[in-house]
Ligand binder design. Structure first.
Ligand code: FES
Length: 577
């Protein structure tokens, strides 16, 4: 950025609130002074919003209050005026039916909070799954200079001599408990040891995936996506984010200069190289939509086929985010796939991606593999199509037992989640290890909110018989910490009249990952007969936000954003002066 591009104080957006000699500006200044600030604190300075998703019910963000003070220190150091504005926290653990129902609400809140206040730039503070896309979706639309401060992963979990990973080891040991292999005391010890500090899930779940992907996209400091939440380096990162946000305002580094089509392609490449969460597909499509560019499922499949899987991370591999950070993090990983990236893309520190990863070194080849020792020659995800998913669906096939990647079996259908809960563990359930378990009405409209129900439980009687993976189909998502032969995001979803709605017990379903195919062995005439007899389920919500969501949400392959929030003509600045 040339110094010629630097703004003058009177060019600041906040100047319209604080600068003029009129009655309204008098009110803005006098009320700011009422909080104990002097003219020297704010006049002519970039106002930096700290959009903080701290909450007592978001355990992953419990350190963000303290980090906010550190961000403020950085803003003051650089000559800015920090203001902390809480925005809705999307707690993956506590929000029901799913935090995904509220991603778009937080994105709207971020956009409007930035728009209606005297803000020049922002530090986006979050990390727990949906907070990352939500904060960034709103900021992309508002297009004010911003930097993302990721919450950082929590410390590795411990139980006896085992290292525990968030989510993944909870599923694993729960299956063992259901199979009668571990008892109550051991289960309680696991509960005590699996979450040992503030921070986000430390497997390569959705939170860690989104942090890595957003670093590759350019909004997180190089190497910062994986800094553990409780390390002092994380505090120093917070201060640096505050300083940098002020500089970005003077240099007018807006998200639209960073979030280009090429940068999104880099993000998708990173997703495949880390073997990240399938949720990132939905979020990246939504983010691209906000940035005025387009990502399709075919882009993900194309990039997956050319990108080696290099990070040996749970749930598909062995290591956790602390190990990934110690091995060099995202810059070291990207250094190994330079030829697959557009190195000219700009990031928030004002460098190109090529400059950001220059000299980055992998310090542990076990965690980040060399190209000739890749875990797989292509990324772990595949996009499938067929008469059950005309608009596509996805599978994280490297997280499935290999024998199931080519499988044909009879459907066992559950019409919705309550039906699944009520029947899955019954002793008389007509199921075998070859069955294909199908869950309907779990998509964006049907659930609503497309919850992470996609890792459908293995029936207890099969668990006891030693079965640990089966082909499972739904229009839901699954947690990034989950695993198994789970076909997800089937579109169109069943509640919107997708073919999944018409599957019946006993129908043969064929999964063919290599052929990218999901085929339902039912004749066209029979499908037409069932379609004609089908009635759409009644909407869950008759009023309020749930109604708005159900009416406006797009399908999974379109990113599940609201139709009216897609990139479009600029929204006018507030006109109240
Ligand atoms: Fe917050 Fe996993 S529960 S990141």
């Amino acid at each position: 950025m040339s110094s010629a591009a630097r703004k003058r104080p009177e060019d600041l957006r906040s100047h319209r609130w604080f600068g003029p000699d009129d009655l309204r500006s008098f009110g803005h200044r006098s009320r700011t002074k009422g909080m104990g600030f002097d003219t020297e604190d704010f006049a002519g300075k970039p106002v930096i919003a700290l959009l903080n998703t701290w909450s007592d019910l978001n355990t992953c963000h419990s350190h963000l209050r303290e980090r906010a003070e550190q961000v403020k220190r950085g803003v003051w150091q650089a000559g800015g005026f920090p203001v902390e504005l809480p925005v809705m926290s999307l707690s993956e653990q506590f929000m029901k039916p799913t935090s995904m129902l509220y991603r778009n609400l937080t994105a709207m809140e971020v956009e409007e909070t930035l728009r209606c206040h005297p803000i020049d730039g922002a530090v986006l503070m979050g990390g727990c799954d949906k907070t990352v896309p939500a904060l960034l979706m709103g900021a992309l639309t508002m297009d004010l200079p911003c930097v993302f401060l990721p919450a950082g992963p929590m410390l590795k979990g411990r139980w006896r001599n085992e290292t525990l990973g968030s989510g993944s080891d909870a599923w694993k040991f729960w299956a063992e408990r259901c199979a009668g292999k571990i008892g109550c005391d051991a289960w309680r010890e696991i509960e005590d040891g699996i979450a040992r500090s503030p921070g986000v899930c430390m497997t390569m779940g959705t939170a860690a995936t989104m942090a890595c992907v957003v670093e590759a996209l350019g909004f997180i400091f190089p190497g910062a996506a994986s800094i553990p939440a409780v390390q002092s380096a994380h505090s120093r990162l917070a201060v640096a984010c505050g300083r940098r946000a002020v500089e970005m305002v003077w240099q007018d580094v807006r998200p639209s200069r960073i979030a280009t089509r090429a940068a999104f392609e880099n993000a998708v490449t990173t997703l495949m190289a880390i073997g990240g969460s399938t949720n990132a597909i939905v979020h990246l499509i939504a983010l691209a939509g906000r940035a005025g560019t387009k990502l399709t499922l075919d882009d993900f499949d194309r990039v997956s086929r050319r990108t080696p899987l290099l990070a040996d991370m749970r749930p598909t591999g062995r290591f956790l985010m602390e190990d990934f950070h110690d091995a060099g993090g995202v810059p070291a990983l990207l250094g190994r796939i330079r030829d697959l990236l557009d190195l000219g893309c700009l990031n928030v520190v004002g460098k190109t991606l090529g400059e950001a990863i220059d000299g980055a070194e992998v310090l542990d080849d076990q965690v980040i593999r060399p190209r000739d020792g890749a875990l797989a020659s292509e990324g772990g995800m595949a996009v499938l199509r067929g008469n059950l998913a005309p608009d596509g669906c996805v599978i994280k096939h490297l997280a499935a037992e290999p024998r199931l990647r080519q499988h044909t079996g009879p459907a066992l259908v559950f019409r919705d989640y309550p039906d699944l809960k009520a029947r899955i563990d019954r002793d008389d359930l007509p199921v075998t290890a070859d069955s294909v378990i199908v869950l309907q009405n779990a998509g964006p409209v049907g659930a609503p909110g497309m919850p992470e129900w996609g890792m459908l439980p293995i029936p207890k009687k099969l668990l006891k018989a030693g079965v640990r993976d089966m082909v499972r189909l739904s229009d839901a998502r699954m947690s990034g910490t989950s695993y198994g032969a789970c076909v997800l995001h089937i579109a169109p979803e069943s509640a919107a009249g997708g073919p999944l709605a018409w599957v019946q017990d006993g129908d043969l379903i064929e999964l063919d990952v290599a052929g990218r195919r999901l085929h339902w062995h039912v004749s066209d005439e029979e499908i037409a007969r069932r379609r004609a007899a089908w009635n759409a389920p009644a909407p869950r919500f008759a009023r309020g936000y749930g109604k708005l969501f159900s009416e406006e949400v797009t399908q999974a392959h379109e990113g599940c954003d609201f139709r009216f929030l897609h990139h479009g003509p600029p929204t006018p600045e507030p006109d109240i002066f």
